[in-house]
Write a protein that binds this ligand. Structure first.
Ligand code: SF4
Ligand code: SF4
Length: 423
C-alpha cells in the first residue's frame, strides 16, 4: 500500500490522529471479515478497497478535481445523484460510521444525538477523514432535526446546500419535491459550470439505474438457502457503493452476483442450509459499522437482508428512463426518490409493507430491528414495526445501540437467545 501521508497533509488532515484511526482498522477488518470462511472470490475487490480505504478513492477524487470536476458530499438517500453525475460532478457518501469520530462531534453537538450525526460532524471538524476534506460542496437535506442542526455547523466550515424535503407524500408533496430537485439542479449547474441537459440526465439515469440493478442482483442471490454470501460481505459492498465510481461499482457487483448465482447452482453457501435467516431493519449502517452483522453471524445465524438505507432502500425502484423533456425527467426523479420509506415521513406505512414483503422474499426467520441510540424517529416507529411483525407471525426483537463496543457482550447474549428461540 503506497504511503499517503503527503496527500493527507495536502488535505489539511490531522495526521497524528488519523494514524491512530488507520492503525486500528486493519485489525478490526481482519477479525471481522478475513476470519470468515468460504467467502466469494469476488470479495477480493472490496477487501482491496478497505486495505487502502483513505487512499485509493481519495486519490482518484483529487485527480478528478485537478481536471476541473467537482466532488459533492451527501448524507442521505434522498439527494438525487443523477443531477450531480449529469453535471459532470462526483458523489461521495459522507455518513460517519466509526466511534473514532464521535468525540470530535460531541465537542459541538449534544451527546444525546445519534452516533451517525456526531461521527459525521466529528470526521469533518477533527480533520481525520479525507473524503470530508475533499468534497467541494456538502449537500444536506431536511430529514431529521439532528441533521438539520448539524448542517448549520458544517456549513460554517464548508460550502453547504440543504434540500428541503417534504415530510408527507401527498400529491402536492411530489410537486414540491420536483421543484426542490429543479432548484438543486440550478445550484449544481452553477457550481460545476456545466449544464444538465436532457441527454446528460438520461445518461446519468441509465448509469445509476444500472448500479441499482447490479446491487439488487447480489441481493437477489441472498434469497437462496444456503445463503451464498454472508450479510457482512453484502453490507461491505453496499457501504462502499456510496463512494465508489458508479460504473466500477456496477461491474464489480455484477461479477460478484454471477459468482453467487454459480454458487447457488452448485449448492455452495457460507452457512449450512437451514441456518436461521435474519433481517436487520432500521437505521443506516455506515462504514465501518459492522457491529450487529458480526454479532449475528458469530451467533449461529446469517443476515440475508438489510431493510435500511445501506440496504434495500439504496437500490429498490428504478428511475423512469423514458421521459424526453427536462420537466418530465425531474418529475421521474421526484417519484422514484419519494418511494423511499424513511421514518422522517408521516405517515410511513409503506415501510411496514416493505418489511413484510422483504421477510417473504428473503425467507426471513426473524427480524432484528436496530436503532441507533437517540434516533427518535426510528425508535418511535419501532412499535409499529414490532406490532406488524407480530401480527404476521414473524419473530422480532428491538435493539438500541451505538458505535461503541461497550454493549457488545450484552447484545451478543440477547441476539444469541433470540436466535436460539427461533429453533
Ligand atoms: S434513514 Fe432517512 S434520513 Fe437517514 S439516510 Fe436514510 S433516508 Fe436519509
Ligand atoms: S439515524 Fe435517525 S437521528 Fe440519525 S441521522 Fe438518521 S434519521 Fe437522523
Amino acid at each position: 500500500m503506497p504511503d499517503r501521508h503527503e496527500m493527507w497533509k495536502d488535505l489539511g488532515m490531522d495526521l497524528e490522529a488519523h494514524d491512530t484511526l488507520c492503525s486500528v482498522l486493519p485489525q478490526a477488518f481482519g477479525d471481522i471479515y478475513l476470519s470468515q470462511e468460504n467467502r466469494p472470490e469476488g470479495m477480493a475487490f472490496w477487501d482491496m478497497v478497505v486495505s487502502d480505504i483513505h487512499g485509493i478513492r481519495p486519490a482518484e477524487l483529487m485527480e478528478a478535481q485537478k481536471e476541473g470536476r467537482k466532488v459533492f458530499g451527501t448524507f442521505c438517500l434522498y439527494v438525487p445523484d443523477e443531477i450531480i453525475v449529469a453535471a459532470g460532478g462526483i458523489v461521495t457518501g459522507l455518513c460517519g460510521g466509526s466511534q473514532f469520530w464521535v468525540p470530535a462531534g460531541e465537542e459541538v453537538l449534544p451527546k444525546s444525538m445519534c452516533s451517525l450525526i456526531k461521527a459525521s460532524v466529528g470526521a469533518r471538524l477533527g480533520r481525520t477523514c479525507p473524503f470530508f476534506r475533499i468534497a467541494d460542496m456538502y449537500v444536506g437535506e431536511t430529514t431529521c432535526d439532528g441533521k438539520k442542526k448539524a448542517y448549520e455547523i458544517l456549513g460554517r466550515d464548508v460550502p453547504m446546500y440543504v434540500m428541503d424535503m417534504p415530510q408527507m407524500k401527498r400529491p402536492q408533496d411530489y410537486v414540491k419535491w420536483a421543484e426542490e430537485i429543479n432548484a438543486f439542479k440550478k445550484i449544481v449547474e452553477e457550481f460545476t459550470g456545466n449544464e444538465v441537459t436532457v441527454e446528460k440526465l438520461h445518461e446519468a439515469t441509465v448509469l445509476l439505474n444500472n448500479r441499482r440493478k447490479a446491487l439488487e442482483r447480489v441481493y437477489h442471490a441472498r434469497k437462496a438457502d444456503p445463503a451464498p454470501i454472508s450479510g457482512k460481505d453484502a453490507l461491505l459492498m453496499m457501504q462502499i457503493a456510496f463512494f465508489d465510481d458508479p460504473q466500477r461499482c456496477t461491474d464489480m457487483a455484477n461479477t460478484l452476483a454471477a459468482e453467487l448465482e454459480q454458487r447457488i447452482k452448485d449448492g455452495v453457501g457460507v452457512a449450512a442450509a437451514g441456518t436461521k435467516r435474519i433481517m436487520l431493519a432500521g437505521t443506516p449502517m455506515a462504514i465501518p459499522n459492522w457491529k450487529m452483522h458480526h454479532i449475528v453471524e458469530t451467533s449461529g445465524a446469517v443476515v440475508v437482508c438489510e431493510e435500511c438505507c445501506t440496504g434495500t432502500r439504496y437500490f429498490e425502484h428504478q428511475v423512469d428512463e423514458t421521459p424526453t423533456t427536462a420537466s418530465e425527467q425531474i418529475m421521474a426523479l421526484a417519484q422514484r426518490y419519494m418511494k423511499n420509506n424513511c421514518a422522517c415521513f408521516t405517515p410511513n406505512t409503506g415501510r411496514i409493507d416493505d418489511l413484510l414483503r422483504l421477510c417473504r422474499e428473503y425467507k426471513v426467520d426473524g427480524v432484528i430491528d436496530v436503532n441507533l441510540k437517540f434516533c427518535t424517529l426510528y425508535d418511535t416507529e419501532s412499535r409499529d414495526v414490532q406490532y406488524a411483525l407480530k401480527e404476521a407471525g414473524i419473530p422480532s426483537i428491538h435493539i438500541e445501540t451505538d458505535y461503541d463496543d461497550n454493549d457488545a457482550e450484552q447484545l451478543r447474549t440477547r441476539v444469541g437467545a433470540f436466535i436460539e428461540m427461533l429453533g
